[in-house]
Ligand binder design. Structure first.
Ligand SMILES: [Zn+2]
Ligand SMILES: [Zn+2]
Length: 872
């Protein structure tokens, strides 16, 4: 006797027990296996500073669905987990923590700081990993990695040296983004832009010969301390007379040249630009072309330096005010215009970024970007949905050299060594013992660490053990799908593609599956400052991980943002209960000897053939949706089938035989009940792993786990001959729905001969589910009693003799109420379809469904009106 399932499904008891069992049994572990095809996903490594949020929950759920689906489909499936050291984010946290103790980085020194950082990582870095497990993520924890573990660090040094040796990494003076608060360089990707209300100051630069000179407009007057020229377009008639001559730089009072460069747009502003090469990336390029000097006037801490003359020592913002005052006093300030523009801010601390020239390490990205651009153009790497290619191309095609050095301590230290004696620089995989040039042993390693995205760019192969020659790299690389939010396409995805092609000569993955972000119920971004974040652990605490996962999946299209509703989680929980009750019903009815695992086709009745036919369609649909990354549609299909067809109808149909005396019919019904439930539970497993495992393992024919499926396949035997029976059952359900649930009435169904013959096979179901006392069939209306109410179903017209309806008034009241409901629903549906926003933004499928729904409602209303007319 199979174990009968508990009365109520309790996710809090089931989920931790099953997860521990899975992990202990090694079900998540993958090994290179020549007999199977590999399927690999590397997790976007969460920061060790992180706490699980809804974004992770969505990200991990999507990955786990794909991984479980492929594992069940027979692949050797590796989901490789790990965490990111998150250089700047972690360092900021530790510095904050130290400042509470009155300590600074400098006061304790590099070594002691790193000790703290590792201690911090060991204490808090595990937190996020344990939280991931609560979601049911089937990661291979035996292979968990950390971007700063020994192997990943080795990979970083190896790639750095390879790039350096091929001339693709260089150290030089370039203009970079500088955060005066974090006191480090940042890459372009780490600068966030926010609109600020500011001013545009129009300033006259008089000609050296006493002429009018030019007027320039600037949003940063303090940078004029570092101006080295004024540029105009070579074709600009207004300024032709000035090109080659000098004008006087106000405040500084020195002559600077007027140069001609096509970079200047004639019709933008006054057509004259001040050139400040040390504090503007475009000006920097102009200065290189014209061989102009670079004068850097802002120091690392944001103060004006000694080159700023009288303004030396002032904060840059204070200097701005003072300079404007001076310009006003000298009559050179022409006007101040209010001006809203985007200002770059540090992505960690929101301080306004200062572009400035500095000696840093760079990767030459242009040559490295060629192959990655081709790869996406040729379809070697695909984005799902495709529209996200645009972000990728936009970034790759306008790529600039990547500043990879950071003035931080937590991270991979740059493997460059300087000789104190002769100044020679050596880049090496391990610290050289002496200077290769002069033999001195006084060598210093570069103080800087690498941008945190350098190591995460290597993630798809460093985690598999590269640069060691191990079977894992051979077998699992390239990986398959990269699942991520659209916000880190250029930070991370683009870099992995670059590094994959550079080092492995192969794409790192064939598909980038992009998802949106989870917003609150009002559509706002969840944020700490708004306090509107929902903690996924709280949701799991209340409803279980299955319900959270399902609510994050169903109704969600790839790449689209979604909203979090508690109601959706509740609906998912209700679905769990519905499934549990159905499974309980099945297991309670199992006979002592169990049921045969194979279905005897000859014993099937019309309702069995219908549900098996529908099972086939569901398997086909869910599989196709999963292959197309339409996870939301796939989940919806399993839900609809399980709830609307299996639970609501098939279980009811089966009861007719289960409670009857015919043992053979009973056995046939049970065999189908078990088979359809088992296969559907497998289809649902990737989405709701826990409840499905609990049911599957207790069903006859269920294995010790659902994790290896096998993934259900369509059965050709349920196709050809079954379609007609499926149509008959659709008609039966339509008829049952059309009969008012009143007294036990006798029904007369009028239809053509073929339909009557088909429906007769299902007579017992019509009687049982329509609570009829009798069902008769007729091909015309000749014998219909005069006083009959009629109902029109798609397949047949239904007549109920009036005397059978005991209470006419009650029936009238019921129909009137129903008409009211229908009218309300129609109004609602029409309003929705008249809403342009909905029609434009919703997926075509959703809009079409809504139209069909409206059509159906209108037809039902017409029928109702007809019935009411007959009653009065
Ligand atoms: Zn900062
Ligand atoms: Zn030397």
């Amino acid at each position: 006797m199979e174990k009968i399932l508990d009365k109520v499904y309790d996710p809090h008891a089931v989920e931790p027990r099953l997860y521990e069992h899975w992990e202990r049994s090694g079900f998540f572990h993958a090994e290179p296996n020549p007999d199977k095809e590999p399927y690999t996903i590397v997790i976007p490594p969460p920061n060790i500073t992180g706490q699980l949020h809804m974004g992770h929950a969505l990200d991990e759920t999507n990955q786990d669905i794909l991984i479980r689906y492929k594992r069940m489909s027979g692949f050797e499936t590796l989901w490789l987990p790990g965490t990111d050291h998150a250089s700047i984010a972690t360092e900021v946290k530790i510095v904050d923590q130290m400042s509470e103790e009155g300590l600074t980085k400098e006061s304790i020194g590099r070594e002691a700081f790193l000790e703290r950082a590792w201690a911090w990582r060991n204490e808090y870095g595990r937190r996020i990993v344990n939280q991931l497990k609560k979601l049911g993520s089937s990661c291979d924890w035996e292979r968990e990695r950390f971007t700063m573990d020994e192997g990943c660090s080795k990979a970083v040094i190896e790639v750095f040296c390879d790039l350096y040796e091929q001339g693709l990494i260089y150290r030089g003076d370039r203009i970079i983004n500088w955060c005066p608060d974090c006191k480090t360089a940042l890459s372009d990707a780490e600068v966030e832009y926010a609109e600020q209300q500011s001013s545009l100051w129009h300033i006259r630069y008089p000609a050296e010969d006493g002429g009018e000179g030019v007027v320039i407009a600037t949003t940063r007057p303090e940078t004029m301390l570092g101006d080295v020229a004024v540029a105009v377009h070579p074709d600009d008639e207004r300024y032709k007379h000035l090109v080659g001559k000098n004008i006087i730089l106000p405040v500084v009072n020195k002559p600077i040249p007027v140069i001609a460069d096509t970079y200047v747009e004639m019709d933008f502003g006054t057509g004259a630009l001040k050139i400040t090469p040390s504090h503007d990336p475009n000006d920097f390029e102009v200065a290189l072309r014209h061989d102009l000097p670079m004068i850097r006037v802002i120091a690392d801490d944001g103060h004006i330096n000694e080159l700023g003359g009288a303004y030396c020592g002032m904060d840059r913002m204070e200097a701005r005010e003072k300079i404007v005052e001076e310009l006003k006093a000298s009559g050179l300030l022409i006007k101040i215009e209010p001006y809203a523009h985007n200002v770059g801010q540090c992505y960690r601390c929101a301080t306004t970024i200062e572009p400035l020239t500095s000696t840093q390490w760079f990767v030459s990205m242009k040559p490295l970007a060629k192959r990655p651009i081709e790869a996406v153009k040729s379809g070697e790497i695909k984005f799902v949905p495709e529209r996200f290619e645009k972000i990728y191309f936009n970034w790759m095609e306008n790529i600039r050299d990547w500043c990879i050095s950071r003035q931080l301590w937590w991270g991979h230290r740059i493997p460059a060594y300087y000789c104190d004696k002769c100044g020679e620089m050596t880049v090496a995989r391990s610290a050289p013992e002496k200077c290769p040039k002069c033999g001195s042993e006084k060598l210093r390693q570069d103080e800087d660490v690498l941008d945190t995205w350098f190591s995460s760019g290597l993630w798809p192969f460093s985690t598999l053990g590269w640069p060691e020659k191990v079977p894992e790299v051979e077998y699992f690389y390239p990986t398959d799908v990269l699942v991520t939010g659209y916000d880190i396409i250029f930070f991370w995805v683009a870099r992995m593609v670059v590094m994959g092609y550079f080092e492995m000569k192969e794409r790192p993955f064939h598909t980038v599956f992009v998802h949106g972000i989870v917003r609150d119920a009002q559509g706002r971004k969840m944020s700490k400052s708004l306090g509107n974040g929902i903690d996924p652990l709280e949701v799991i605490e209340k409803y279980g991980a299955d319900s959270l996962r399902f609510s994050l999946t169903v109704g969600n299209a790839p790449g689209n943002d979604m909203r979090f509703y508690w109601e959706k989680v509740e609906a998912a929980r209700n679905f769990c209960n519905k499934l549990w009750n159905a499974a309980r019903f099945v297991t309670m009815n199992l006979p002592e000897g169990g049921v045969p695992s194979e279905i005897d086709i000859s014993a099937l009745d019309v309702s069995d053939r219908w549900i098996l036919y529908r099972l086939n369609a569901t398997i086909r649909g869910v599989t196709a949706d999963l292959d197309a990354y339409d996870l939301g549609l796939a989940a919806q299909k399993v839900y609809d089938f399980l709830w609307n067809e299996y639970c609501d109808w098939y279980v009811e149909f089966a009861k007719a035989r289960l409670y009857g005396e015919d043992e053979a019919a009973k056995a046939a019904a049970l065999a189908v009940l078990v088979k359809v439930l088992r296969e559907t539970v497998l289809l649902l497993h990737p989405f709701m792993p826990f409840i499905t495992e609990e049911i599957f393992t207790q069903l006859p024919g269920g294995d010790k786990t659902a994790m290896y499926g096998p993934w259900p396949k369509e059965n050709a035997a349920y196709e050809a001959g079954f379609a007609a029976d499926a149509r008959t059952m659709e008609a039966v359900m339509d008829i049952v729905r059309s009969v008012p649930p009143s007294k036990k009435a006798s029904l007369i169904l009028v239809a053509d001969e073929a339909t009557c013959n088909a429906l007769e096979k299902a007579q017992k179901y019509i009687m049982r589910l329509a609570s009829a006392s009798d069902v008769r069939f007729a091909q015309d209306k000749a014998d219909i009693p005069k006083n009959s109410v009629s109902h029109v179903a798609a397949a047949a017209e239904i007549f109920i003799p009036l005397e059978e309806l005991v209470d006419l008034e009650k029936e009238k009241a019921r129909l009137t109420k129903e008409r009211e409901n229908l009218q309300n629903e129609i109004t609602r549906a029409r309003a929705k379809l008249e809403n342009e926003g909905f029609v434009k933004k919703a997926p075509a499928k959703v809009v079409e469904d809504e139209r069909n729904k409206l059509l159906g409602l209108e037809q039902m209303l017409a029928k109702l009106e007809e019935q009411l007319k007959q009653l009065s």
